[in-house]
Structure formats: C-alpha cells, structure tokens
Design a protein around this ligand. Structure first.
Ligand code: ADP
Ligand code: MG
Length: 259
C-alpha cells in the first residue's frame, strides 16, 4: 500500500502558473529622462513576442532590464519565477536562464568560432575542453556553421557571425532567448539566413522576445506583437491585426513611416 505524500496543490499551481517573464509597472530613468514609464508585459512559456517601436522608445533598455544588464528603478520583473529586484539580487540566477543576441554580434575577435562558443562553458560552467567542444559543435551544427568552427569572426560574413552568436547563446541552454534587432546591422542578402535560424528555434518551442522590424518574421512566428513608444506599451495584437488594422494613431504613424 503506497503512502500518500502530503502535497500543497496551491503551491504546485502557483509554480506552474509563473510565466517566463512577468514585468509589472517597470520604470527606468537615465538622469532626468524617463525611458521606461510603467511597462507591464507577461511572456508565457513558449510564447514568441515581437517588440517594435521607434528608435529611442526604450526597446533595448527593456530587453537589457530582463537579464540585469540594466537595473530598473521601479516596478518588478520575474524571470521563470525568479524575482529580479531593483538591487540586483537574482541576477545571477536569471542570467543562467536567458540567452541574448545583440545587433552587433559581440563575438570575441581574437578567439575562433569554437572558442567563442566554449569560453563560457569552460569558465562559467566548468566543463572540460572535450565536453565544451562537443556541446559547442552541436549548436554550431544547429545553425549550420559547424564547418567554420576553426575560423576567426573577421573571416565570416555578418550573417554567419550572427548565427555564431545565436549558437553561443544556445550553448548555455537558455530557457528564454532575447533578440535585440539581430538583423538590422546585416546586409540585406544575409537577413534571411538569420531569420531562418530564429524561426527554427521558435518551432522548437523556445520562449522568445525579439526586437525586430521584420514584418515577415513577425507574421510567421510571433504569437503577439507589442508596440512600444516613449517608454510605454501603446498597443499589442496578433501580427495580422497589428500590421493590417492598427488601432492607435501612434502605431499607424509608425507603420506608415516604416513602409
Ligand atoms: P531603442 O532601443 O528603442 O532605440 P533605447 O532603449 O536604446 O531605445 O534608448 C531609449 C532612450 O534612452 C534613448 O533616448 C537613449 O538615448 C537613452 N539611453 C539608452 N541608454 C542610455 C544610457 N546608458 N545612458 C543614458 N541614456 C541612455
Ligand atoms: Mg535599441
């Protein structure tokens, strides 16, 4: 006869309910300038969100607050249930769960592609050379660039470098991926190969928050598009409605100017 273990169904439900990212009333200022003015946004596990808005609207700041690259001044953020307090507690826990890809790939120029990918595995996770290389090659293969592992970043095209940056982030087994305009520094002919990799990642179930103005990507991939203007969320909708039938004057103006 089995012993029934005491359970707290309430606790279980609460843990299950915690979203990937829960942001409430987030505020951030640089000196006198209020850059984020009370942003409330929830990203469910497995959800794909596209964030867009004019230059200077606070998109990068928002993304950077999520993995503690910037400290917020007010409101709350929780990532996979870990609270990221304004004083920075929880940052280490959160960074382990969150991968980030920037506009400028930020690869280490003096390291090979493989070394770029193994560096954190060796020095942050303490993996052996062999284990780190094995994991790195797996993710480089995923972004179809394993054959370039021995080269240096400068020997690769921009699109290839950005795919390496994605592989490097994936090496840390993130639960959430943040992208900050990953294709906007690329020559037009290289945009598709990076978006393709991001689409595959989405199809594999990754939780993603992407700052991008790539409408095709948003239509194919995003569960929701969010428009940020002057540090506030002005409108959000599924991609079809977002682009075809924007409700606010500000989003209409932004889309008109984009086309
Ligand atoms: P976006 O990514 O939407 O273009 P950002 O989040 O980069 O916007 O910037 C929002 C505003 O905050 C801009 O006015 C920018 O000049 C300002 N800003 C961003 N980072 C800093 C910083 N480190 N110091 C001072 N001002 C900043
Ligand atoms: Mg930005």
């Amino acid at each position: 006869m089995g012993l029934a273990l005491p359970t707290d169904p309430g606790l279980d439900a609460r843990l299950r309910r915690r979203a990937a990212i829960e942001m409430r009333g987030l505020r951030k200022r640089y000196g006198e300038q209020e850059v984020l003015r009370g942003v409330t946004l929830t990203v469910e596990r497995g959800e794909k969100i596209v964030l867009c808005g004019p230059s200077g609207s606070g998109k990068s700041t928002l993304i950077r607050c999520i993995n503690g690259l910037e400290r917020h001044d007010g409101g709350t953020i929780a990532v996979n249930g870990v609270d990221l307090d304004a004083d920075g507690r929880g940052v280490q826990d959160v960074r382990r769960e969150v991968g980030m890809v920037f506009q400028h790939f930020n690869l280490f120029p003096h390291m090979t592609i493989l070394e770029n990918c193994t560096f954190a595995l060796r020095h942050a996770l303490g993996l052996s050379v062999a284990k780190a290389a094995e994991r790195a090659m797996h993710h480089l293969a995923r972004v179809r660039i394993a054959d370039q592992a021995g080269k240096y970043p400068a020997q690769l095209s921009g699109g290839q470098q950005q795919r390496v940056a994605i592989a490097r982030a994936l090496c840390m087994d993130p639960k959430i991926m943040l992208f900050d305009e990953p294709t906007s520094a690329l020559d037009p002919e290289m945009v598709a190969e990076v978006l393709q990799v991001m689409e595959e990642l989405a199809a594999q179930g990754m939780t993603m928050l992407c700052v991008t103005h790539e409408m095709g990507f948003a239509r194919h991939v995003a569960d929701r598009c969010v428009f940020l203007d002057h540090g506030e969320i002005v409108e959000q909708a599924d991609a079809e409605r977002f682009f075809a039938a924007p409700e606010s004057e500000r989003l209409r103006a932004f889309l008109n100017q984009m086309l």
